[in-house]
Design a protein around this ligand. Structure first.
Ligand code: AKG
Ligand code: FE2
Length: 320
């Protein structure tokens, strides 16, 4: 099996580092995003205590009775807020749904921007008040870490460092808390059912907390599946299709999946929490001129982030 270099980078060395450290960070994340599309990030601003609290709340949420959870599955929201039950999301190109249930939290606009009207309200869990406050805190911290990461990427792309700032401010980002539920009888599910089928993320970048549990794998350019491991509380960060499109494939949105554990371990839950960093809906995903030349002809038609998201939600069965 080929080895894949997924560098471990210190975000604090970018935010508070010397000019040389900042440049090094931009070069390192840019190179990794160009080659494998994945990095792990330490010193990202979320304490171990906050992450532990988050996981405690996520476990409590999915342990609620099925009837209670279904009360929060709101038709017409395409799963973008509140609960999405088992068997609802199917990776693009697959027929069998993923073995997961999830809850999604969206943007809270607090500065009076008219953009607030574009987003459905978040759904609060009456039974778990701390779930609501903790996930909101995690959302804001990951949004901030993501904004810094995009600054480093902008520098790598020879853009103004703040190029992405007003595109992700009040953006349509989603915090997804995920439960890969226990399967007591593996023969009761379709033979081809997996925790998360091979897919690419839709958004600009994804920041994942908790991928240290086994199962996440990325597809190398040679066509091999390679396990992604994170150290302790590190974040796994990967490129999504919107950033790939904007950069005309200079930065790679790498296919990944979550495989099932061995049969005897299917009875154990797996939890994870990805944050899908999205821009505002009217951001143009038109490929950057600096990423197009004779060797790299323009690959994609122009589209806005909002139009693109709609198209993709239809493909995975969340939007009709
Ligand atoms: O659960 C994980 O480790 C990854 C989940 C994922 O790739 C996704 O929800 O897009
Ligand atoms: Fe993903």
């Amino acid at each position: 099996m080929s080895t894949v270099n997924i560098p471990r980078l210190d975000l604090d060395s970018y935010i508070n580092g010397s000019a040389a450290e900042r440049k090094q960070f931009s070069d390192d994340i840019g190179r990794a995003f160009n080659e494998t599309g994945f990095v792990t990030i330490t010193n990202h601003g979320l304490s171990k205590q906050l992450i532990d609290e988050l996981y405690q709340q996520v476990k409590a949420l999915f342990a609620l009775p099925e009837d209670t959870k279904h009360k929060y599955e709101i038709p017409g929201l395409a799963g973008q807020r509140g609960y999405t039950g088992k068997g609802k999301e199917t990776a693009k190109g697959f027929k069998t749904p993923d073995l997961k249930e999830f809850w999604q939290i969206g943007q809270t606009v607090t500065d009076g921007s008219p953009i607030k009207e574009q987003y459905p309200d978040n759904i609060t869990v009456d039974e778990l008040p701390v779930f609501n406050t903790t996930t909101r805190e995690v959302y804001k911290k990951l949004e901030s870490a993501g904004t810094h990461l995009l600054r480093a990427i902008a520098v790598y792309l020879n853009l103004d460092e703040n190029y992405f700032d007003n595109k992700v401010h009040n953006g349509n980002s989603i915090l997804r808390t995920l439960h890969y539920f226990p399967i007591l009888d593996p023969d009761s599910v379709p033979a081809d059912a997996v925790r998360a089928g091979a897919h690419e993320d839709i958004n600009l970048i994804t920041l994942l907390i908790g991928a240290s549990a086994d199962g996440l794998e990325l597809l190398t350019r040679e066509g091999n599946w390679f396990p992604v491991k994170a150290h302790g509380e590190d974040l796994v960060v990967n490129v999504g299709d919107m950033l790939q499109r904007l950069t005309n494939n200079k930065l790679k949105s790498t296919t990944h999946r979550v495989v099932n554990p061995p049969r005897e371990l299917m009875k154990n839950s797996r939890y994870s929490v990805p944050f899908f960093l999205h821009p505002v809906s009217d951001m143009e995903l038109t490929s950057l001129e600096t990423c197009i030349d004779a060797q790299h002809p323009k690959l994609y038609p122009d589209i806005t982030a909002g139009e693109y998201l709609d198209e993709r939600l239809r493909e995975i069965g969340l939007k009709m």
